[in-house]
Design a protein around this ligand. Structure first.
Ligand code: NAD
Length: 183
């Protein structure tokens, strides 16, 4: 979804910087500038934002999209490691990116951030407690920023991507649902 979004922006004439922890994927995709970055590491996130600004002089729009799934688990049996892993990427990663993007946007006086949540940010399904906690968190974090900046969160329906192949929903639709704006 992130790559498709980046290509859509590039197709509309935007200068795009792709950021992902998967160095090979970033290199393969890089008609645009690619930066390898693990969003669980705030210093790497800060460096990626700095790189974009150094390259293009400003940051007009950011899309917080990196996300993972963990295997479904009864909440009573979920390990702390599993909870930390999914929240480290899906929530802390979005928090770190949003923080450093906002610093640049504050300096510029304008800019927009869209963070990708999920239907799991709106509902609570059995065996998804850790994942849904992370996605609810993305919406709460993003809503808290809405009064001061052009920041929004979105939730999409299911589509078949590596995240879902790692832990497919009961009935994947196989295609991307409409984006629901939440904040
Ligand atoms: N696929 C769906 O049906 C669906 C539904 C609702 C929400 N989402 C959300 O959409 C977003 C994109 O998911 P997708 O389906 O395109 O999955 P995807 O696996 O194709 O893309 C996720 C990307 O995040 C990257 N990533 C993972 N951990 C990272 C880290 N620590 N640092 C940097 N990058 C990291 C991966 O390398 C991958 O390129 C996710 O936030 C996901 O939760 C997806």
């Amino acid at each position: 979804m992130g790559l498709a979004g980046a290509r859509a922006f590039a197709g509309s004439g935007a200068a795009v910087v792709l950021v992902d922890r998967d160095e090979d994927a970033v290199r393969e995709a890089a008609e645009e500038i690619g930066v390898a970055c693990d969003v669980t590491d705030e210093r790497q996130v800060e460096a990626a934002v700095r790189r974009a600004v150094t390259e293009f002089g400003r940051l007009d729009m950011a899309f917080g999209n990196a996300g993972i799934q963990v295997p479904p688990s009864d909440a009573a049996d979920e390990s702390a490691d599993s909870f930390d892993r999914v929240n480290g990427v899906n929530l802390r990663g979005v928090w770190a990116a949003t923080k450093h993007e906002l610093r640049q946007i504050r300096e510029q006086g304008s800019g927009a951030i869209v963070n990708c949540s999920s239907l799991g940010g709106l509902v609570g399904l059995p065996e998804r407690a850790a994942h849904h906690a992370s996605k609810h968190g993305v919406i709460g974090l993003t809503r808290a920023l809405r009064p001061v900046t052009g920041v929004g969160a979105g939730a999409s329906g299911s589509c078949t991507t590596p995240v879902w192949r790692a832990s497919p929903p009961d009935e994947p639709s196989g295609k991307q649902g409409d984006l629901t704006l939440l904040g």
